[in-house]
Ligand binder design. Structure first.
Ligand code: FES
Length: 239
């Protein structure tokens, strides 16, 4: 049976929001059936939310299509189980299928090669006299007491970690400790099964923060009152 909806999965940690929106708009225009385009790493809602939306709109035969050539082998090996997890957890009774990436599709590869030649005139010519790897404002380490590393890797994002960075930023401001914190997003920190993962230094404690309530408790208990939250702790770095 032909799919009645497609979930396009993009794996690209450094994609700017503006470029992601352009890709979402173009794929949505081109796709003949309802679709969603989701980045697997980042700050947006993740694949489970997109599947919920498609299923909620009535899709009963959803194709999941990795976008990008080549798509990550590691993610591709993990996705069947993760998708099955969503299917079982939500009680989805339709069909869910995972397509291969297009590395073996000669027509797609030929189109890329042709397009490269067609658009060569638009390419930026590199001037050797303009060589520079330093940028403005990249000299100083910002003042901070707490360094927070928020994982935005694909497996944490599948557990809806994406919006947590924004929630954390709001909570730090609301509780008056934003200026003491240096927040950085990271790729996979490895204990994915305990996601969404956030590491706190110099304390050396790693936490699982699942939602906005967990984030609020972390900020008030750990950052403001200097205590730990044993129930959220997943790892302590030995000093
Ligand atoms: S994706 Fe977050 S720890 Fe692996």
């Amino acid at each position: 049976m032909a799919p009645d909806a497609i979930l396009f999965l993009v794996s690209q940690p450094y994609l700017k929001g503006r470029r992601l929106k352009a890709l979402q708009a173009a794929l949505t225009r081109a796709c003949p059936v309802p679709c969603a385009v989701v980045r697997m790493e980042g700050r947006e809602a993740g694949p489970m939310t997109a599947l919920d939306t498609l299923a909620g709109e009535g899709a009963r035969n959803i194709l999941v299509q990795p976008v990008g050539i080549p798509f990550s082998d590691s993610l591709f090996a993990w996705l069947p189980g993760a998708l099955a997890h969503w299917q079982r957890e939500r009680g989805f009774e339709g069909e869910l299928a995972l397509a291969a990436d297009q590395i073996g599709d000669e027509a797609v590869l030929a189109a890329i090669a042709r397009s490269s030649l067609d658009r060569a005139a638009e390419a930026v010519t590199i001037d050797p006299d303009q060589g520079a790897i330093d940028g403005a404002g990249w000299d100083e380490v910002p003042e901070h007491r707490h360094h927070l590393l928020v994982c935005t890797g694909p497996r944490c994002n599948f557990r809806e970690s994406g919006p947590l960075k924004a929630v954390l930023a709001e909570e730090l401001t609301r509780q008056g400790v934003a200026r003491e914190c240096l927040v950085a997003t990271t790729g996979c920190l490895f204990p994915c099964n305990n996601g969404p993962v956030m590491a706190h230094y110099p304390a050396g404690n790693w936490y699982r923060l699942r939602d906005a309530d967990d984030v609020a408790r972390f900020v008030s208990t750990v950052l403001k009152n200097g205590q730990t939250l044993p129930e959220f702790l997943i790892h302590e770095v030995s000093q």
